[in-house]
Design a protein around this ligand. Structure first.
Ligand code: ZN
Ligand code: ZN
Length: 243
């Protein structure tokens, strides 16, 4: 079993260790049919993609697509979920350079508004150590994911529910309705096998992506073959895997 299109990879444009060209070279070496470069959205003060770099990344990728006919290379952004209303940190002028957009929750981002610091960011941190907050936070986060899919044209949710607990069932139902792919990520704890089992009751697609931050991790599925086996999900439901 192997990844055919690694849809989630990072480069030196955020905090990855290798350049776009090096990642593409490695992708060709390990026989990927396609690779998507998806560095972090700009609300990460340390490593979000700078606005001025979108055009540069697009030009690099266009040139590599011209150069190679054995691989397809796409530009995306792993945008950050930054507010309870399902806000993500990508602007129209950045979007125009991208082939498609993914979104995920991370620590260390700048919240969408002052209000979101108090109603969204802090409760998500606090719920990790204060179990009584968990139910309220899960309900809020579930609504946030659904609103995000309603208000934004995103193709993939990276590591759904990781760092930001959710109720997977309504999220999977909404993802199926909006045609959003749910990621199975080898570097994160969610989705886990139990969550996949619940999500697969709905006609939603899944993808396994390496989330590589260097060439060595590219295409690396780690323990995800065991996870999907434990979930009992047919390979045909995972859009970027070959037997
Ligand atoms: Zn991520
Ligand atoms: Zn990532």
């Amino acid at each position: 079993m192997k990844i055919t299109h690694d849809m989630h990879t990072h480069t030196t444009y955020s905090h990855g260790k290798n350049t776009i060209a090096e990642m593409v070279e490695q992708a060709r070496k390990i026989g990927l049919a396609a690779i998507t470069i998806s560095d972090h959205g700009r609300s990460h003060p340390m490593f979000g993609v700078r606005k001025k770099n979108f055009a540069k990344m697009r030009a690099e990728i266009d040139a590599l697509n011209q150069k190679y006919d054995d691989i397809d290379i796409y530009l995306s952004v792993e945008s950050n979920i930054t507010g309870a209303e399902g806000n993500i940190d990508i602007k129209e002028e950045e979007k125009q350079y991208c082939d498609w957009i993914s979104a995920g929750y991370h620590y260390g981002y700048i919240p969408a508004s002052i209000k979101d610091i108090f109603v969204f960011a802090i409760p998500n941190y606090a719920a990790r150590v204060l179990p009584f907050l968990r139910k309220t936070v899960v309900e809020m986060n579930t609504r946030t994911y659904i609103k995000m899919m309603e208000h934004n044209d995103i193709k993939l949710i990276t590591h759904p529910g990781d760092k930001m607990p959710i109720n997977i069932e309504p999220v999977a139902k909404a993802a199926a309705e909006h045609g959003v792919i749910l990621e199975i990520n080898p570097r994160h704890h969610h989705l886990n096998a139990d969550e996949i089992k619940v999500a697969m009751k709905y006609p939603v697609s899944f993808a396994i992506n390496s989330d590589a931050h260097n060439i060595h991790a590219l295409g690396d599925m780690r323990n995800t073959p065991e996870t999907i086996k434990a979930a009992g999900i047919p390979i045909s439901r995972i859009i970027n895997i070959a037997e």
